[in-house]
Design a protein around this ligand. Structure first.
Ligand code: B1M
Length: 210
């Protein structure tokens, strides 16, 4: 790993967003690939995640690290996206009600855009009502839900039930993901697809609408 990539991981852990953003630009100039820079960002975030779990750092530190991560992602976004790709389908993406984690969701959105989807990002804390309104407004073919908390993953089931009650469940494919989500859980709640990471999500989404 280059010195710049190492520094990116270290500065991300310190939550130094301006430097992470600057060094992502330097790494691009040094011809590091988008996936190498992404690995450096994710590596730093994973160390923070471990420290958070062990109570060595707390919410404020994690929050500023997350801001630095999102800043870095914005810099490499153009590299992750293929240029001039025609839309192959319309997709909604959001983190479910009660959940504010958006880094994984943003990454999935970028990979989906790169795969050729028109992605409408509903943000975080998205209710069933908001998903339904957006499906109707945008005539979306796929909805992608993200959840990072064991307490919010259950809300995915509620959203699928709301689609059924509204009579539109068969109009859309439902994909889910996030750290606590498993294939088994996806089957239990009646989702069409579970993806463990952003790259797989994009591959599976293409298959879903093929
Ligand atoms: Co939170 N947090 N957090 N947090 N946080 C976790 C998730 C936790 C595992 C940490 C821990 O204790 N070890 C834990 C959850 C425990 C549990 O539920 N079992 C936790 C907790 C407890 C909390 C709070 C409750 C803490 C508190 O307040 N006491 C609180 C909840 C707030 C809320 O949401 N209501 C909270 C708050 C926060 C911050 C705000 C500080 C911050 C989020 C900032 C932000 O997102 N803008 C934060 C962070 C950053 C984390 C950790 C450290 C990192 C998450 C992350 O971004 N990872 C996390 C620990 C960890 O995961 N190791 C943790 C990087 C990201 C790229 O991975 O999101 O998993 P991930 O996405 C992956 C895949 O999951 C997949 O693709 C991505 C990779 O390619 N994927 C999908 C994700 N969504 C998908 C959707 C798809 C497909 C794939 O659709 C098809």
């Amino acid at each position: 790993m280059s010195e710049t990539l190492e520094q990116i991981g270290e500065l991300l852990q310190k939550g130094n967003m301006p430097e992470v953003v600057r060094l992502c630009g330097v790494a691009i100039e040094e011809e590091s690939s988008a996936s190498e820079i992404l690995d450096a960002l994710l590596g730093g975030m994973s160390i923070i995640g471990g420290k958070f779990k062990r109570n060595e750092v707390f919410v404020p530190e994690v929050l500023i690290a997350a801001r630095a991560m999102n800043g870095g992602l914005e810099v490499i976004k153009p590299l992750l996206l293929e240029e001039g790709v025609e839309s192959i389908g319309k997709m909604l993406i959001g983190t479910v009600k009660g959940d504010l984690h958006d880094i994984g969701k943003n990454l999935v959105g970028m990979m989906m855009t790169g795969a050729g989807f028109e992605v409408i990002d509903l943000g975080v804390d998205v209710s069933a009502e908001k998903f339904i309104e957006a499906i109707e407004e945008h005539n979306a073919e796929i909805i992608c839900m993200s959840a990072l908390l064991t307490t919010t993953m259950v809300n995915m089931k509620g959203i699928i039930e709301a689609l059924e009650e509204k009579g539109i469940r068969n109009n859309v494919k439902v994909m889910i993901g996030g750290a606590p989500i498993t294939d088994q859980f996806a089957k239990e709640i009646g989702a069409d697809m579970y993806a463990p990471d952003a790259a797989t999500a994009a591959e599976e989404a293409k298959k879903l609408i093929a």
